[in-house]
Design a protein around this ligand. Structure first.
Ligand SMILES: CC(C)(COP(=O)(O)OP(=O)(O)OC[C@H]1O[C@@H](n2cnc3c(N)ncnc32)[C@H](O)[C@@H]1OP(=O)(O)O)[C@@H](O)C(=O)NCCC(=O)NCCS
Length: 167
């Protein structure tokens, strides 16, 4: 595949936005300004996949707390101490789907999270991706807290909060 997986940098933001635009409907498009703020969060551990110098896929993630949802268009809030790897956004250029690029981004993030002592990973599944995440060991988790439920609702009908254990 000859792909490089490396940390996201500010220089990657135009490429990230292009992949985002190719992968998501209008309701989910987040701005460069939001991503720039997230990059400044010390808890973020986002990665990109580059092939022949082109950004083909990205996984935006950070160390967070189980049961907390990142608001759509919202900031990554560092937790002290974190217990959960939160996967905010995984996107692969549609032309390159089914080649294992998503897996290539996920595997090092899960490994890194275990090394940092995190015990779980969480995400909000959208666009019919629940089945994809179930295949990776995530299960739907019911949120009890009203604020978190409200944040989840902003992702639209069919969005579900999911958790898995790590390690
Ligand atoms: C979902 C996504 C990240 C998968 O990326 P990918 O690089 O194609 O994934 P991989 O190659 O590692 O894995 C592909 C496998 O997942 C399966 N898969 C892909 N999308 C799926 C879905 N929505 N539901 C169930 N399985 C799915 C494929 O059928 C394939 O199965 P196989 O391994 O048995 O052939 C990519 O399709 C994407 O960017 N989608 C748009 C953005 C999105 O919805 N992201 C998730 C939001 S939470």
């Amino acid at each position: 595949m000859n792909a490089i997986v490396r940390p996201l940098t500010a220089q990657d933001l135009p490429g990230l936005l292009a992949v985002q635009r190719a992968c998501y409907g209008d309701g989910y498009i987040e701005s460069a300004a939001v991503y720039a703020r997230r990059l400044a969060c010390p808890a973020q551990c986002s990665v990109v996949l580059e092939r022949a110098g082109q950004l083909c896929a990205y996984l935006a993630a950070y160390d967070a707390l189980a049961g907390k949802v990142t608001p759509l268009h919202g900031d990554f809030e560092a937790a002290n101490p974190p217990d959960t790897l939160y996967l905010h956004d995984l996107a692969v250029l549609p032309a390159l789907a089914g080649q294992g690029l998503a897996r290539a981004l996920l595997a090092p993030l899960w490994r890194g999270a275990v090394a940092r002592g995190l015990t779980r990973s969480a995400l909000v599944a959208v666009q019919g991706s629940q089945g994809y995440w179930e295949r990776h060991g995530y299960a739907v988790h019911t949120l009890r807290d009203a604020v978190q439920r409200q944040r989840l609702a902003a992702y639209g009908e069919g969005a579900v909060y999911m958790l898995r254990t790590l390690g």
